[in-house]
Write a protein that binds this ligand. Structure first.
Ligand SMILES: [Zn+2]
Length: 305
């Protein structure tokens, strides 16, 4: 079921696990997760602004006493809709991949606030910014960075739960991490999965992202919490993989035929994928595919990137 834009829901996944799902998963409407056991709690991602993060933390605290004090936070990646609320959990141990922690210092809340302020003078781009991000409050957010970083893999315990942080980026961003809770057969994927919405590839290479989808499937999870959109399963994961394979192949044909990235983005038929929200993200995706391909061509390497 898809929620309306301004709705949010805390879903009890059982075994002390929860998912917080926001709206239709469009721009900035991200999901978060919670793993608890006894007094211990691990929050997976904060939200795009302080009021939204506060509402989420209140809902979690009502659902389970373990969430009244969050011990540990994992930011799955550097996009603000997964970490701008960190100031409300500043007492916790905050973990991210090294690459994500670095990237978080680039597109800061202050920069988002300044861009929105200047949106009126930015023509079409400004109108888009207002539509996508106008509902969020970036002004005054205190950038709160991770206190701890890791590369590749970090194993944690939350009470009796074993929790595996697995770095699968660069893909959507430079340092994407998925969180696997094997005892509950659950995976929190961050923005490696957009469900019923179009994935957006800021970093690439696409091969890493396709591999990440296959890694999720190989974990044989029963419950998958995507970064955006409703809870999903292996089928939803494969749909994202198939989209990525499709746009990779379609962009490649047009690259080889000498089309520009813009021409290619306009030319690619999205078919059933056009029913996913934010299908205009094909423009960013093709740009990233072209950028990586040019880089590979210049370096004289080959492969499905
Ligand atoms: Zn996101």
């Amino acid at each position: 079921m898809t929620l309306a834009r301004d709705e949010a829901e805390l879903e009890d996944l059982g075994g002390g696990l929860f998912a917080y799902v926001q709206g239709d998963g469009s721009w900035g409407l991200s999901n978060a997760g919670l793993v608890t056991d006894g007094e211990e709690s691990l929050l997976i991602d904060t939200l795009f602004d302080v009021p939204r993060t506060r509402r989420m933390l209140d809902a979690m605290a009502r659902a389970t006493p373990a969430a009244r004090k969050i011990n540990t936070v994992v930011n799955t990646h550097a996009n603000g809709d997964h970490c701008f609320g960190n100031e409300l959990v500043a007492d916790a141990r905050i973990i991210a991949s090294t690459a994500s922690a670095e990237e978080m210092q680039e597109v800061t809340p202050d920069l988002m606030a300044a861009m929105l302020k200047g949106a009126d003078e930015m023509g079409e781009a400004g109108r888009f910014l207002r539509k996508a991000f106008g509902a969020f409050e970036f002004e005054g957010i205190k950038l709160t960075l991770p206190t701890e970083t890791f590369d590749k893999r970090l194993d944690l315990r939350v009470g009796d739960h074993a929790v595996e942080l697995i770095e699968v980026g660069p893909a959507h961003t430079r340092g994407d991490v998925i969180i696997h809770v094997p005892g509950s057969r659950a995976v929190f994927t961050g923005d490696i999965l957009f469900i019923e919405g179009t994935p957006i590839m800021w970093a690439g290479p696409v091969a890493n992202w396709i591999d990440a989808c296959e890694k999720i499937v190989a974990l044989e999870p029963d419950v998958i919490v995507p970064g955006h959109g409703p809870l999903t399963d292996v089928r939803g994961t494969l749909a994202v993989r198939d989209y990525l394979v499709y746009i990779r192949d379609e962009a490649r044909k047009r690259y080889d035929a000498g089309l520009s990235a813009r021409e290619a983005a306009l030319d690619i038929r999205l078919g059933d994928y056009s029913a996913w929200c934010d299908s205009e993200r094909i423009a960013v995706n093709v740009m990233t595919l072209y950028r990586v391909r040019r880089y590979v061509a210049a370096a004289g390497r080959v492969g499905n990137v």
